[in-house]
Design a protein around this ligand. Structure first.
Ligand code: CMP
Length: 202
């Protein structure tokens, strides 16, 4: 009866049993096993195990944009970069942003990596670390973005970025970023201005 009342909980428990069995079978180190369990536990808590991207991607085009916008409304409202942006631009970005979860201490990327995506913080805190990976150059939170320099300049990451606590991020891939900039040139100017303010504080 309980299983029927909570079918998604049952699916989650079954999926975890499979994952646990696989991790044991393949002898994954206990620390890694723990992080994998933490990741699935967090996803379950936040999204009840639903794969949001898969559900949205399966919708017909007419509903796809509307539902994407609805689900990403909160993050879009939090990001100052999107303030005053036209409905077309917001729709293009909402359709392209991919939700990702990072665990406390996870590296999102490291200085020197090739950059293929920029990120928006829906909820959580990240630290921008210098090349020594200890000095904290900046702390970014809800509504901030990072990883744009590599996309704009076509150069490797100029810093390492690490999640402080659990982080809900949205990634925007370089190809989509380039398309969006081509259609909305004002967006790139806006990013350039915000980056300048970030580095000069003016
Ligand atoms: P990118 O070079 O792609 O990857 C590292 C990112 O860290 C960089 O883009 C910026 O988004 C961000 N970043 C680097 N230095 C700072 C800083 N001093 N303040 C805030 N963000 C930074």
């Amino acid at each position: 009866i309980i299983a029927n009342l909570h079918p998604s909980r049952t699916r989650y428990v079954e999926a975890m049993e499979k994952i646990n069995a696989f991790m044991e079978y393949r002898g994954l180190p206990p620390g890694v096993q723990h992080r994998i369990r933490e990741y699935h536990g967090y996803r379950w808590e936040k999204r009840l195990g639903f794969d949001e991207s898969a559900i949205v991607d399966a919708l017909p085009p007419s509903l796809h944009a509307e539902v994407s916008l609805f689900l990403k409304k909160d993050v879009i409202e939090k990001v100052p970069l999107f303030k005053g942006a036209g409905a077309d631009l917001i729709r293009d970005i909402a359709l392209a942003m991919r939700p990702l979860v990072y665990l406390p201490g996870d590296f999102i990327f490291r200085a020197g990596d090739q950059g293929k995506e920029m990120f928006f913080i829906g909820r959580g805190t990240v630290e921008v670390l210098g090349r020594d990976e200890t000095s904290v150059q900046a702390t970014l939170g809800d509504g901030d973005f990072f990883g744009e320099v590599a996309l704009v300049k076509g150069q490797p990451r100029n810093a390492t970025v690490r999640a402080v606590g659990y982080c809900d991020l949205y990634a925007l891939h370089k190809d989509t970023f380039d398309q969006i900039i081509a259609h909305h040139p004002g967006f790139k100017e806006h990013i350039d201005r915000m980056v300048k303010e970030r580095f000069t504080g003016s």
